[in-house]
Design a protein around this ligand. Structure first.
Ligand code: DC
Length: 225
């Protein structure tokens, strides 16, 4: 059986992974899997169940029980938790911070990595974005990207992205949040954010979405059979 074509996109928060991942998936006719959304959905489930964020055993249980579904095409991806559409809710401040906490729990990661592999292997190829896709989930992915940008640029983008969702958020608070999340994601023991040896690294700080997209598309076209 031929392996599906897999594109892995990793990098810190706000580097453009999801914008570029969606576009790439649409252009190439591949499935798009937002792995961060899965951690966010589990965070929401843990919060709804009143689980203490330091209780690794119960967080793992929640991850096993949560039915997380990603549906729709790359541009209109909806996320369902136990049958309920949580696409907007998972983008909130609470889910974002808690997702970074629950994603450090090895039992939670093991379960979600298992599901991500299942999803990725099921179809005719996909683009996945996250923190450990090219290093842990699909270490033999056909193409690996690591997108990054200086924290200030990422904070500015996040703020622009979220301006419609929550008012009153300042640049300083967003930057502090990004720095705190980066530190947690990069220093956890299990699958910390790191660059795969064979990843194509793109610093998006000074580049437009269009420029990054063109580079990524060219890289994929050079390698796709
Ligand atoms: O990409 P995001 O901001 O939606 O991710 C939410 C959190 O989940 C983030 O703090 C890092 C974590 N995450 C992870 O540890 N591994 C992944 N593959 C994806 C996200």
């Amino acid at each position: 059986m031929t392996q599906p074509f897999i594109v892995a996109i990793d990098g810190p928060s706000g580097a453009g992974k999801s914008t570029l991942g969606r576009r790439l998936a649409r252009e190439l006719g591949l499935l798009y899997i937002d792995t961060g959304a899965m951690y966010r959905a589990v965070a929401l489930a843990a919060s709804a169940a009143g689980v203490d964020e330091s209780d690794a055993a119960r967080l793992t249980e929640v991850a096993h029980r949560a039915r997380v579904r990603l549906e729709g095409d790359p541009d209109s991806l909806r996320v369902y938790l136990d049958g309920r559409d949580v696409s907007e809710e998972i983008r909130g401040e609470v889910a974002g911070r808690l997702a970074s906490v629950v994603s450090a729990v090895p039992g939670v990661r093991r379960e979600l990595v298992r599901r991500q592999r299942e999803l990725g292997e099921a179809g005719g190829g996909c683009v996945l974005d996250g923190r450990d896709v090219g290093t842990v989930v699909f270490p033999s992915a056909d193409v690996k990207f690591f997108l990054t940008a200086v924290p200030e640029a990422r904070a500015r983008r996040r703020l622009d992205e979220e301006s419609g969702r929550r008012a009153g958020q300042t640049f300083e608070a967003t930057l502090a949040d990004i720095n705190e999340r980066d530190l947690r994601d990069a220093t956890r023991d299990d699958s910390p954010l790191k660059i795969a040896d064979d990843a194509v690294v793109i610093d998006t700080t000074e580049l437009s979405v269009e420029e990054v997209f063109r580079r990524m598309l060219q890289t994929v076209r050079d390698r796709r059979p």
